[in-house]
Design a protein around this ligand. Structure first.
Ligand SMILES: O=P(O)(O)OC[C@H]1O[C@H](O[C@H]2O[C@H](CO)[C@@H](O)[C@H](O)[C@H]2O)[C@H](O)[C@@H](O)[C@@H]1O
Ligand SMILES: O=c1ccn([C@@H]2O[C@H](COP(=O)(O)OP(=O)(O)O)[C@@H](O)[C@H]2O)c(=O)[nH]1
Length: 795
């Protein structure tokens, strides 16, 4: 199938035009991440529709500019008199600050005729002008991709014109919490328009969640697993973080001209360590905060004075807005002050440049930088971070990255994450980065380089196309709800009275042993040795013979009850005479028979794909973490990841799970020590016991009731109900099995179990805070205990 043509619509074209004669034009690249990212789109036939960065009022000018731009695949939108109130006004002085949590500044120019309403009118008019141009160039089958907050009304105009048009809208900035968004007077109109698109995309789950929340709170629409549903129309909401075109940076940084620049700059900087900042001179980029943190660093680390410098490229932007002029003055004030304080005749600590720089020079700077300092107070993504990583050469630099940049979620594992408002923290991070060992720098770089290489702009656009053109997105959807976590407060537990365990064992005639696998029958594992994908779980070697012996005793029934999949239990226990309960009892078999499932037919598993997408997203962004999937449960495990980052990612993930694919699903979410598990409701080991017991009784000729139960496990909190299942006061539940339906056992005495306090032992491994009566330290103790039970058999 031929690929559809892509019509990219954004406020700015990738090039900014300058008139050099009546019919002649010159061009420079437009600033900002959106442009540099979209330039990486190579595999689609793309037409770019946007403002050329200049007002053109005469027909000849418009015509000649259109012709020249057409050669570059660009179509100009002439905004004329609405441009100022639209771009400087509504877009950048109203929407931008609200979207970045700065609130709304009172005015952008001192002019009483400029009101909120007049700016919104200009916004509507401008969106109408964009619409007219798209309409003129649209061909059937084209996909129209609208970018950013400048064109939020465009989807509606397009859909009203042609409901069959495929329209996407992607936001490059944060979408703020609904509490902030609500302050916008035209909040409903903008949301309604965006929702007419087929696909709405964001850089991070947080932004998507805020958006959905705003839609629900403000419009009262429903968020379901299908997306936002409004009067039967579904708008899909997806998270697909933008990337860069890595090869462009890697290849450029190898050019001889760039290598020359590198040498020259190093020479110019006189051997000082280089801290680099590259930002548009925007209020959100936190440049004054960066200067204050650097000042603090110099203040507290006198030994570094004269040995380190901060080079800040402050790319001019939105000069027509008062706030942007103020921020420039603020920066200059800090630079002057700090240079005056810590400078010397031969050097100053800060070089601040109010200009953009040539691409080759930029790559050379990235390549020789020791520390890239990103202190955005809010940032949609921040591509500078990725560009820096792509350009790094032999001596790897360190990325200090604001946790308020979208990039924090993707590059956090290989960066030092900071709160840019915390000057002291940023100052310490500078120290940490400058003193970091070569090995640690390499390690961090490797993690992020791998990510940047594989998450390119092209992949981002492919995702968009795939999602727009097909309907496979359901699993990427996010809904809103509140977050919650499981927790349990439990009573104290005693050390296992081994003597009693053996004595009762010898007295009994019909014993049931319920054993967990991971951590119970495996060798004790240190964190770093833990399983990677669950496939290499192995039975403790010293248990092999003992277990065989135990299982061959006709008075003893052994059940291994595990979270593992069937194949793992088959592999490890297939040769023993025992019962296997896989996936927390979802599947059951005696080793002499086939597996049977206990997934109830009506069990809804629609949530699985959505959860898997969220898990995959975080797996990709949390090096060392992995995903375990089975038919009715999913586990994201971060035991091999950086502990702190893993925990932070798990926190985020939980929010998104609750806010998304599981908001209305019948699932349990279990937060383990270093894992997050989602499974269908009721899939706990305890709930499995009833069924297991039924099967055992059904299959085994029981002349006497079960008069001894030993249940040992290293279970998650939610599975601890297995310990209470057999508590004597609960045996009514088990007893009732004997009289229930056609499945009821044929040969059974009046009761199935006959447990009193003294012949029931529930044992947790390595846990004293548990529902089990007793604890053992490790699986080595289980080996010893089972050995003693076998000795008893032989006695
Ligand atoms: O065109 P300007 O008004 O000068 O602004 C430049 C761009 O700034 C914003 O960029 C955002 O997009 C980047 C790529 O997704 C992202 O990394 C960054 O965090 C954002 O701030 C704006 O959203 C663009 O529309 C502007 O073109
Ligand atoms: O002199 C310069 C320095 C940087 N950049 C580019 O500006 C973009 C900044 O993107 P980012 O996502 O970091 O932030 P944004 O400016 O879009 O908010 C990056 O691609 C930089 O390479 C630029 O165009 N001119």
């Amino acid at each position: 199938m031929a690929r559809p043509r892509l019509l990219v619509v954004s406020m700015s074209l990738p090039v900014t035009a300058k008139r050099t004669g009546e019919e002649s034009w010159s061009f420079t690249m437009s600033p900002g991440g959106l442009v540099s990212a979209l330039l990486g789109l190579k595999e689609f036939e793309t037409k770019w529709i946007g403002w050329p960065g200049v007002d053109v009022h005469d027909a000849i000018g418009k015509k000649t500019l259109s012709i020249t731009l057409a050669e570059k695949g660009c179509i100009p939108v002439f905004l004329e008199e609405v441009c100022d109130q639209y771009y400087n006004g509504y877009c950048n002085n109203i929407l931008w600050p609200i979207f970045h949590y700065l609130g709304t500044p009172p005015e952008y120019r001192n002019d009483a005729t400029i009101t909120y309403q007049s700016q919104y009118e200009a916004y509507k008019k401008a969106n109408q002008i964009f619409f007219d141009v798209v309409k003129e160039h649209y061909e059937e089958g084209d996909v129209v991709w609208c970018h950013d907050y400048h064109v939020m009304l465009l989807p509606q105009y397009l859909k009203e014109y042609n409901s069959k048009m495929k329209v996407g809208w992607f936001l490059h900035t944060p979408f703020p919490s609904s509490e902030m968004y609500k302050t916008l007077p035209s909040r409903s109109d903008l949301l309604r328009s965006v929702l007419t698109a087929d696909l709405v995309g964001f850089h991070t789950y947080d932004f998507a969640r805020h958006f959905l929340n705003a839609c629900m709170c403000i419009l009262g629409v429903e968020a379901t697993s299908e997306g936002i549903v409004d009067q039967g129309k579904v708008t899909r909401v997806a998270v697909f973080p933008i990337g860069i075109e890595p090869e462009r940076f890697i290849n450029t940084s190898e050019l001889s001209e760039v290598v020359q620049y590198m040498k020259k700059f190093k020479n110019d900087f006189g051997g000082r360590k280089l801290i680099l900042g590259v930002d548009r001179l925007d209020t959100i980029k936190g440049i004054p905060q960066k200067y204050q943190a650097f000042e603090k660093f110099l203040e507290e680390n006198a030994e570094w004075r004269g040995k380190v410098m901060l080079l800040q490229i402050a790319v001019p932007t939105r000069n027509g807005i008062g706030e942007y002029q103020k921020i420039k003055d603020q920066c200059h004030y800090h630079v002057g002050r700090i240079n005056g304080r810590f400078g010397s005749i031969s050097s100053v600590p800060i070089i601040h440049l109010d200009c953009s720089i040539d691409f080759n020079q930029l790559c050379a700077l990235y390549a020789i930088t020791d520390v890239l300092l990103v202190t955005s107070l809010r940032d949609g993504m921040n591509l500078v971070s990725s560009e820096f990583i792509a350009c790094q050469k032999a001596e790897k630099g360190v990325l200090i990255l604001s946790e308020f940049a979208g990039a924090g979620q993707s590059l956090g594992a290989g960066a030092i994450l900071v709160n840019p408002w915390n000057i002291k923290e940023v100052s310490s991070a500078i120290g940490e980065a400058l003193n970091m060992s070569h090995e640690e720098k390499e390690r961090k770089h490797k993690i992020n380089f791998q990510y940047v290489k594989t998450h390119s702009t092209q992949q981002w656009a492919d995702d968009f196309m795939k999602l727009t053109l097909t309907n496979i997105l359901c699993s990427k959807l996010i809904e809103i709800t509140t977050s919650a976590e499981l927790g349990a407060g439990l009573a104290a537990t005693l050390e296992l009275p081994e003597h009693d365990v053996i004595q009762q064992y010898s007295k009994s005639n019909n014993r049931l042993l319920i054993l967990g696998f991971y951590g119970t029958l495996t060798q004790p594992m240190k964190n770093q040795e833990r399983r990677g994908d669950g496939m290499n779980l192995e039975l403790h070697p010293q248990l092999k013979e003992r277990l065989k012996e135990l299982c061959s005793d006709p008075k003893t029934t052994v059940v291994v009850l595990s979270r593992s999949e069937k194949c793992i239990l088959d592999k490890n226990f297939g040769e023993y005479n025992m019962w296997l309960a896989a996936e927390n009892g979802m599947f059951l078999r005696h080793t002499s028979g086939e597996w049977v499932t206990r997934i109830p037919e009506h069990m809804n598993l629609e949530w699985i794909d959505g959860v898997k997408h969220v898990f995959k997203y975080f797996t990709e962004r949390t090096p060392g973490s992995y995903l375990e999937t089975s038919e009715a449960s999913l586990v994201w495990n971060y035991e091999n990841a950086d502990a702190e980052f893993g925990r932070a990612q798990a926190r985020d993930m939980l929010q998104h799970l609750w806010a998304g694919p599981i908001s209305n699903a019948s699932v349990d979410v279990v937060r383990g020590g270093q894992s997050v598990e989602v499974h269908a409701v009721g899939v706990t080991k305890g709930s499995a016991m009833e069924r297991i017991l039924g099967e055992i009784v059904h299959n085994k000729s029981m002349a006497t009731p079960i008069d001894y139960v030993l249940c040992i496990g290293c279970f998650l909190g939610k599975d601890e109900d297995v310990y209470t299942f057999f508590e004597p006061e609960l045996t009514k539940k088990a007893k009732s099995l004997s009289s229930s339906g056609s499945d009821s056992p044929k040969k059974v005495s009046s009761t199935i179990v006959d447990l009193k306090g003294e012949n029931y032992f529930s044992v947790a491994i390595g846990q004293t805070h548990t529902k089990a009566r007793y604890f053992l330290d490790s699986s080595d103790d289980v080996v010893k205990l089972i050995g003693k039970l076998c000795t008893h058999n032989n006695a």
